[in-house]
Design a protein around this ligand. Structure first.
Ligand code: SAH
Ligand code: SF4
Length: 412
């Protein structure tokens, strides 16, 4: 059963409550040029800009501070100026849940941007042997309507900004104690081997490639070597197949790619992943083949949700091998996570194993993704915003009908 509650508080991690969020522009999510411009606009002299940008960048992304007053080597006047005009506050944590398997889920509330209303977003942390993966969202809702996906039943509320995408990572690191303590002298780096969040996957709510510019800004900051320092090999962007932006992702972001494939024939994929009508399998696979930097050590992940009697036959498995010929690929089989109102069922376990064996024999790694955090509804395709979250009774009934997960996850 899920435990809902607050984890050990850390002093520099105030849990913000409604009303305390300022709507001043945030410095989080600005690249160095934009950060410099923001400072120059407020009267910081040209000759100081480079140094100030480096200091602030270090405080925000290496030290993880969310309060200007904690920027110890920034003068008091400068801190006052920053406080007057900007914010680096974290979003409000509406709910924090810890699953009995260690998975954690946060429901975060962001203040309105422009004329909009506040939005709520979920992110999920999955600890595993030797690594910890944070699953983050790129949009609230989704414009696409994949027929097996809960998010797909929800309209797009809005795109998240780079700040909001990064805030999910900063906040998870806060709550996991993954930033250096404030007492550690300026300039000390935390050894990456001690990190709790080692991997980031954009597999939460939304289609990241329909919010390309903000996702790009956020991921370039997350992988900046002088800041959050995630390796590009440990950041994976999952897309339903927005072909033109797959090329741009390779050229402009350079993170690892996951493709929500789910079907190997256009006729079926048109139904499951309707964007296939616009960018059919041929174009999608061609874009994958051309993804820069692919090798045996750097493969594209193809996600394949196992839907009973829909896409789980050995014919489908054969088709899959044929389709991926020549593409450095790993195949991630995802047991379908049911949600109230869906017409799909998860394939039987024996069928999933047969499917996996077939693919394995053809030489592909084909881990079956272990469903994690099911008791707190943290699994793929189950993230929702507050507007559509299940009521408690509905949720208890749903939890009761959930099946147990098995299998092994990928290990790189
Ligand atoms: N929009 C992007 C990323 C978010 S979805 C995309 O589609 O790739 C992350 C993954 O979860 C995708 O592979 C998606 O197809 C899968 N998914 C969605 N709903 C699911 C469900 N109910 N059960 C299992 N996987 C699901
Ligand atoms: Fe959107 Fe991805 Fe869900 Fe499809 S699977 S509806 S693209 S979030």
């Amino acid at each position: 059963m899920a435990v809902t509650g607050t984890l050990a508080e850390r002093p520099q991690t105030p849990v913000m409550r409604s009303g305390s969020l300022t709507e001043k522009p945030s410095l989080v999510g600005l690249d160095r040029v934009a950060l410099g411009e923001a400072l120059r606009d407020k009267g910081v002299p040209d000759k100081q800009i480079k140094m100030r940008v480096a200091q602030i960048w270090n405080w925000i992304y290496v030290r993880g501070v969310s309060d200007f007053d904690h920027m110890a080597n920034v003068s008091k006047d400068m801190r006052e100026m920053l406080k007057t005009h900007f914010t680096i506050a974290r979003p409000e944590i509406v709910e924090e849940q810890v699953s009995n398997d260690g998975t954690r889920k946060w429901l975060l509330r962001f203040p309105p941007r422009g004329a909009g209303r506040p939005v709520e977003v979920e992110s999920v942390y999955i600890p595993e042997e030797g690594r910890g993966t944070l699953c983050i969202s790129s949009q609230v809702g989704c414009t696409l309507t994949c027929s097996f996906c809960h998010t797909g039943t929800q309209k797009l509320v809005r795109n998240l900004t780079a700040e909001e995408i990064l805030a999910q990572l900063l906040l998870a690191r806060d709550r996991l104690g993954d930033f250096p303590d404030r007492e550690i002298p300026v300039g000390t780096m935390m050894p990456s081997s001690d990190r709790k969040v080692t991997n980031v996957v954009m597999m939460g709510m939304g289609e990241p490639l329909y919010n390309f510019e903000e996702v790009k800004k956020a991921l370039l900051i997350a992988t900046d070597g002088d800041g959050l320092s995630l390796s590009k090999r440990r950041v994976t962007l999952s897309t339903s197949g927005v072909v033109p932006e797959i090329y741009r992702t390779g050229d402009e972001i350079g993170v690892m790619l996951a493709i929500s494939l789910h079907a190997v024939r256009d006729e079926l994929r048109d139904m499951l992943v309707p964007i296939n009508k616009k960018y059919p399998l041929r174009d999608l696979i061609e874009a994958c083949r051309n993804y820069p930097g692919l090798s045996n050590a750097r493969r594209i992940t193809f996600e394949y949700v196992m839907l009973k009697d829909v896409n789980d036959s050995l014919e489908d498995a054969k088709g899959l091998i044929q389709l991926l010929k020549g593409v450095p690929a790993k195949i991630n089989l995802i047991p379908f996570n049911p949600w109230p109102g869906t017409n799909y069922q998860c394939s039987d376990w024996a069928t999933i194993e047969k499917f996996a064996d077939f693919i394995n024999q053809a030489g592909y790694a084909s881990p079956i993704r272990t469903p994690r955090g099911r008791d707190i509804l943290a699994a793929c395709g189950q993230l929702k915003s507050e507007s559509e979250r299940m009521r408690k009774t509905e949720r208890m009934a749903f939890e009761a009908m959930m099946i147990a997960g098995h299998g092994e996850d990928d290990d790189d």
